[in-house]
Design a protein around this ligand. Structure first.
Ligand SMILES: NC(=O)C1=CN([C@@H]2O[C@H](COP(=O)(O)OP(=O)(O)OC[C@H]3O[C@@H](n4cnc5c(N)ncnc54)[C@H](OP(=O)(O)O)[C@@H]3O)[C@@H](O)[C@H]2O)C=CC1
Ligand SMILES: O=C1O[C@H](COP(=O)(O)O)[C@@H](O)[C@H](O)[C@H]1O
Length: 578
């Protein structure tokens, strides 16, 4: 159905070229048009570099860089036509030996290749200090590559073809030699084509700037574009984030920086705007007039195992709330953008973030998990991790009540809850609506009218779903009310596997689509909300409430919600009848 609709709207979406050129090139059947309403250039990689002029122009609105104005997206403005032989994209994963590269980035690149979404000419390079040769990198990567579950044939062949296009360069991060050598090898692989270069910084944040300095000076494309995907964390607070942005902008224009928040690449988060802006039934209800509260919930059923060293410097508020949950909130609450263009969307997100109140310490509850034994199995506490400093008060759980002081959302609590080592793995958005005034059926509902309010749930993961809780009559001669879910369960509705968030985001970066990446003013606004409370929690060394590994988290979260007359939707359950 969706594909048919997409075809009707944008026939060109099935071709490997820009819509204007549709019909002149062969279709890319394997790579589906991921988006319906946007004339997505996904898998429409063009002979020219993929960042069309309109996007470049728009991105410059926000730049304040020391990069010369005649440089656009890392490429000198006014370039002539591409060299003979078309263009090529070289993707360098910096920190290739690390966890994220193995777990997410290489598998996502392979998935794109598998779906014919990568350009015809591309090369993947791994870069890190570890000593490896090309073959060793390929062996390392091959352990984490998988084909789509819908068992396509030639999976092994495709893997082999992909691996043959992967290479490795060992080098330091803070010197130019390694990157100069990388540049030499890249040129060799580019074989005279118009070179476009994407660097993915999958490294700890303390070396971001070193890498950008060295790589931009020695391994930038001379005639094509050069882009850097930067992983979070983008600083620890307003000051350090501002400093990071200033340092990056010494070497890069804002439009070359793709700050990734992988939650923005998740299918259900993408669907949030579709739900709002393409269904008449929702948008009119989307305000304080009908919505009682909004809940953004993240939980993991495992602890910081293996990442305690990193985590202790950040804590759950920085790790999840200030970025993933806040980004979802911004998409949820923003006004209708002028268009689906990246800058229009990001302009609206910034406005809503800037309308938010600074979070106060009395509106935050923090927790930390402690060891717990269940069914004869022991689960370690956060503080038991040898990489965590003794006596750490870093929160592994937090709940917070946030407010947007604008006309649409005045007085509506936006409650966030995020935690590690809880009883379940889940990410969802819950929208609780107000009571029906003068409800004719109040006698059938009982005294707790809040139990009968509608609730819209977007389950981001696992088992992606959108469902709406409604009241209905139980069939029979009596008049008994029940609660039921109008349910869109993705696994039932769509047989195909949902692409991983990193696939979408990598493809966007290759195409120069910035809609799902964080602009620097968004980042500033996000830090402004959280920095004062983070500082206060840390200065006062506020002790987190301990909760057992595998539990539902600190009871304090319920008191916080109760202060605003809210009940967490994930506690009351989804199928409760009256
Ligand atoms: N892992 C995850 O699930 C997620 C990670 N991220 C972010 O992605 C980035 C990469 O994460 P991840 O792969 O887990 O990181 P790793 O700790 O695995 O580091 C990646 C690579 O960087 C090099 N490295 C590690 N520590 C140092 C150091 N102190 N100095 C210099 N080089 C170092 C190592 O390569 P070598 O020694 O070979 O040079 C390592 O293999 C980080 O910014 C992280 O915050 C974001 C979301 C999720
Ligand atoms: O950014 C991060 O996200 C992961 C959770 O990502 P998910 O896609 O698996 O839900 C989290 O475990 C990690 O601590 C954090 O840095």
């Amino acid at each position: 159905m969706a594909a048919t609709a997409a075809f009707r709207l944008h026939p060109a979406a099935f071709f490997s070229v820009h819509p204007r050129e549709a019909g002149t090139k062969k279709p890319l059947h394997h790579c589906p048009p991921h988006r319906i309403l946007v004339p997505r250039r996904a898998c429409l990689l063009r002979a020219k570099s993929s960042n069309g002029l309109p996007q470049m122009g728009a991105s410059f609105g926000n730049t304040n860089e020391a990069v010369p104005a005649e440089v656009i997206d890392g490429r000198p403005a006014g370039d002539g036509p591409p060299e003979q032989g078309g263009s090529t994209v070289s993707i360098t994963v910096v920190g290739a030996s690390g966890d994220l590269a193995k777990k997410k980035i290489f598998p996502a690149l392979f998935a794109l290749f598998y779906e014919d979404c990568l350009p015809e000419h591309f090369t993947v390079f791994g870069y890190a200090r570890s000593k490896m040769n090309d073959e060793e990198l390929r062996t390392m990567i091959s352990t984490t590559l998988t084909c789509r579950i819908d068992k396509r044939e030639n999976c092994g062949d495709k893997m082999e073809q992909f691996l043959q296009r992967c290479f490795y360069q060992s080098g330091q991060y803070n010197t130019e030699e390694g990157f100069a050598e990388l540049d030499r090898k890249l040129k060799e692989k580019e074989e005279g084509r118009l070179p476009n270069r994407l660097f993915y910084l999958s490294i700890p944040p303390n070396i971001f700037v070193d890498v950008v300095r060295s790589a931009s000076r020695t391994a930038s494309s001379s005639t094509g574009w050069t882009r850097f995907i930067v992983e979070k964390p983008f600083g620890r607070d307003s000051e350090s984030s501002g400093e990071l942005t200033r340092s990056l902008k010494k070497y890069l224009a804002e439009e070359q920086i793709f700050r990734i928040d992988h939650y923005l690449g998740k299918e259900l988060v993408e669907n949030l705007s579709v739900l709002r802006f393409s269904n008449l039934v929702f948008e009119p209800l989307w305000s304080r007039n009908y919505i009682r509260n909004v809940q953004l919930i993240f939980s993991e059923d495992f602890g910081t195992e293996g990442r305690g060293g990193y985590f202790d410097n950040y804590g759950i508020i920085r790790d999840i709330m200030q970025n993933h949950l806040l980004q979802i909130l911004a998409l949820f609450a923003m006004e209708t953008p002028v268009s689906l263009d990246a800058e229009d969307i990001r302009n609206e997100k910034v406005k809503v973030l800037r309308s938010m109140r600074q979070l106060k310490v009395e509106d935050v509850v923090v927790g930390q998990y402690k060891g717990h034994t269940r069914g004869g199995r022991s689960f370690p506490g956060y503080a038991d991790d040898p990489t965590v400093p003794k006596g750490s008060v870093t929160p592994t759980f937090a709940a917070a009540a946030l407010f947007i002081d604008n006309a649409r959302w005045d007085g509506v609590p936006f409650l966030m809850k995020a935690g590690k080592a809880l009883h379940t793995r889940r990410a969802e958005i819950r929208v609780q609506f107000r009571r029906v005034p003068g409800n004719l059926y109040r006698r059938n509902i009982g005294t707790d009218l809040d139990k009968a309010t509608n609730e819209l749930v977007l389950r981001v993961q696992p088992d992606e779903a959108i469902y709406l809780k409604i009241n209905n009559k139980v069939p029979g001669l009596g008049m008994r009310l029940d609660r039921s879910n109008l349910n869109l369960l993705y696994s039932e509705r769509y047989r195909r596997e949902i692409p991983d968030a990193y696939e979408r985001l990598l493809l966007d970066a290759i195409e120069g689509e910035r809609r799902l990446f964080i602009r620097s003013d968004e980042l500033d606004a996000a830090w402004a909300i959280f920095t004062p409370v983070l500082r206060e929690l840390e200065d006062r060394r506020v002790a987190p409430e301990l909760y057992p590994y595998g539990s539902r988290g600190p009871v304090g979260a319920h008191y916080l919600a109760a202060n605003y007359n809210v009940r967490w939707g994930d506690i009351t359950g989804d199928d409760g009848s009256f």
